[in-house]
Design a protein around this ligand. Structure first.
Ligand SMILES: *[C@@H]1O[C@H](CO)[C@@H](O)[C@H](O)[C@H]1NC(C)=O
Ligand SMILES: *[C@@H]1O[C@H](CO)[C@@H](O)[C@H](O)[C@H]1NC(C)=O
Length: 219
């Protein structure tokens, strides 16, 4: 009895297999390959953002910490599909290392690449950081590029060295010398550890800014 049921199921399975086969042949192979298995540019950018993001440590951003506040000069999303013949012209404005990596895609079918870099400057009262991340994927004869760039600034808190200084004066001409300790505040630069915390906070803020434009990238 059992074997009968099994055989029935088996034959039903093979019948449905034969019914499905023409349907499977109808789906163009190119569509399944490039749409279903295609890596998503936005997802890849999200991974790049996440790998560069770490919450800012406590004690770094506040009016008496190291950074009083951030501001965003700009966040720019770049999203384009470029044919191989136009690749050279259309990538002219990209940063050099990104441009070279994108152009390499013309030598491989369905290859992908990613790039990122930044420049920063830290002064005594202001710091800034320009950051970009990007991913490019070749799909057939076109290259899809997604890139996010941001320029952010941070207002820095002046640090002081506080120490006691002895102040003396003479009483009754030269008979007595009187002294008193006085607290003195002297401006100082950032320590290596403070600079490191500022740099890490700039990176976190840059990633947060890039993330805010991720929604504008389409696959
Ligand atoms: C990243 O930027 C720095 C500073 O501008 C530069 O020296 C370096 O070559 C860049 N790296 C890449 C991979 O572009
Ligand atoms: C990026 O944005 C998404 C959606 O708005 C959010 O869930 C995620 O926490 C953000 N990530 C970072 C690093 O800011």
């Amino acid at each position: 009895k059992k074997t009968g049921v099994c055989r029935q199921i088996e034959s039903m399975a093979s019948i449905s297999m034969w019914l499905l086969l023409p349907l499977m042949l109808l789906i163009p192979q190119g569509t399944t390959a490039s749409n279903l298995g295609r890596p998503s540019i936005r997802k890849l950018l999200a991974i790049q953002i996440r790998s560069g993001y770490e919450p800012i440590r406590p004690g770094v951003v506040c009016s008496s910490c190291l950074i009083s506040f951030f501001h965003t000069n700009f966040v720019r999303p770049n999203n384009e599909k470029v044919s191989l013949s136009e690749l050279k012209v259309r990538t002219r404005e990209y940063p050099a290392s990104a441009r070279d990596k994108i152009r390499m895609l013309q030598f491989g079918v369905r290859a992908k690449t990613s790039f990122e870099n930044y420049t920063e400057s830290i002064g005594s009262s202001y710091a800034s950081r320009y950051t970009y991340i990007g991913t490019a994927i070749r799909i057939n004869d076109r290259v899809h590029v997604g890139m996010l760039s941001a320029d952010i600034g941070a207002y820095l808190v002046q640090k002081y060295r506080v120490f006691n200084k002895q102040e003396c004066w003479r009483v009754l001409w030269i008979l007595w010398k009187k002294c008193k300790n006085k607290q003195v505040r002297e401006r100082r630069g950032f320590t290596a550890n403070e600079l490191n915390n500022i740099k890490m906070a700039l990176q976190s803020e840059a990633m947060r800014a890039l993330n805010s434009s991720l929604i504008q990238i389409h696959d």
